[in-house]
Design a protein around this ligand. Structure first.
Ligand SMILES: O=C(O)CCC(=O)C(=O)O
Ligand SMILES: [Fe+2]
Length: 326
């Protein structure tokens, strides 16, 4: 198995040159690493790993009191979700807890939370606020690097930021994931099946640094995270909606998790507002790109952000077509 150090991008530099670097990594690999982001140990993000361990250490019957629902919040037990997108999976052995529907002023989630999380709501909200700040910077760099224009042809650096800010309760989701140590003989199987992500961008922190693999079209590659003094690099991946928005120019790359050890990850899935239509943005670069990824339609019309999300969630949980309860 090969391994790869992905391009490392400084999130504090929103210059055209650096924005183009980010767009280039997003177009070539669909995955990159961010430095100088605010999701570091000093800012309490490490505490999310402690909360995660506290929750997953609880007895199964307590965790089962918060089952995942059609609002996409709550606990996902082992084998409940099957991320393997080609339908060949038998369920993921991982367990997860989703916290979602954040109001975008206080960043409070709208759901009934177990005590472990409820008593740490200020910490959770302050971390989600930081995730949003990183999201906004990446959105601006993408719009600058792609030279996105508004309908009158003026530069529109806030295009992707605005698309994430319209809902009263945003569906972006903080997901804590626990991968138990695989049973003997199961080390070479997927603990999270091969899939692309559903939203716009995904941010991943992991402990220990191993397990995430990406598919480069030929082979699976271990994502390697170099040590950087005093800071943990944030893995960012492009998800489906940014790929639709760019006619496939930005890659929503297939990835999976395989680990030989017990592993925890803290993942933030960014989700554009429900009504956003997934059609290519106004950009010369995208118009000149002969892509074909933009093909998902319903009744001849492009899907909305919510329609695409529900479609993918239904696949992952092997549900018949549902509507959300939120
Ligand atoms: O745990 C990880 O590192 C990534 C998990 C993942 O790809 C997902 O939940 O979509
Ligand atoms: Fe993923």
């Amino acid at each position: 198995m090969s391994s790869k150090i992905l391009p490392i991008i400084d999130i504090t530099d929103l210059s055209l040159e650096n924005s183009k670097k980010l767009v280039s990594a997003a177009s070539k690999y669909g995955f990159l690493l961010l430095k100088n982001h605010s999701l570091n140990r000093e800012n309490g993000v490490d505490r999310l790993f402690d909360l995660s361990k506290q929750f997953f250490d609880l007895p199964a019957e307590l965790k089962a009191k918060y089952p995942i629902n059609t609002a996409n919040d709550g606990y996902v037990g082992p084998m409940v979700e099957d991320l393997q997108q080609d339908g060949s999976g038998k369920g993921d052995p991982k367990e997860a807890f989703n916290i979602t529907h954040f109001d975008l002023s206080e960043f409070k989630p709208a759901q009934n939370l177990p005590d472990v999380f409820e008593k740490e709501l200020p910490l959770i909200s302050s971390c989600v606020k930081k995730y949003y700040s990183v999201l906004h910077s990446v959105c601006r760099m993408l719009a600058i690097g792609l030279d996105v224009k508004d309908s009158e042809g003026n530069p529109s650096p806030e295009f992707f930021v605005d698309a994430h800010g319209l809902d009263l309760k945003a569906r972006s989701t903080l997901r804590l994931i626990h991968y138990p140590k695989p049973a003997e003989g199961m080390e070479d199987t997927n603990q999270a099946g091969a899939h692309t992500d559903y939203g716009s961008l995904t941010f991943v922190l992991q402990k220990p640094h191993r397990g995430l693999q990406i598919y480069d079209g030929t082979e699976w590659i271990d994502v390697e995270i170099p040590e950087m003094e005093g800071q943990e690099l944030l893995i960012v991946n492009i998800a489906d909606m940014l790929s639709f928005w760019t006619n496939g120019y930005l890659k929503s790359t297939l990835h999976r998790v395989r680990t030989t050890k017990e592993r925890y990850s803290v993942v933030f899935f960014c989700q554009p507002a429900d009504v956003v239509v997934l059609e290519p943005v106004n950009s010369e670069i995208i118009r000149n790109y002969a892509g074909n990824y933009y093909s998902l339609k319903k009744d001849g019309k492009p899907l909305s952000s919510l329609e695409h999300l529900l479609l993918r969630l239904d696949q992952g949980y092997k549900r018949k077509s549902t509507t959300t309860t939120m």
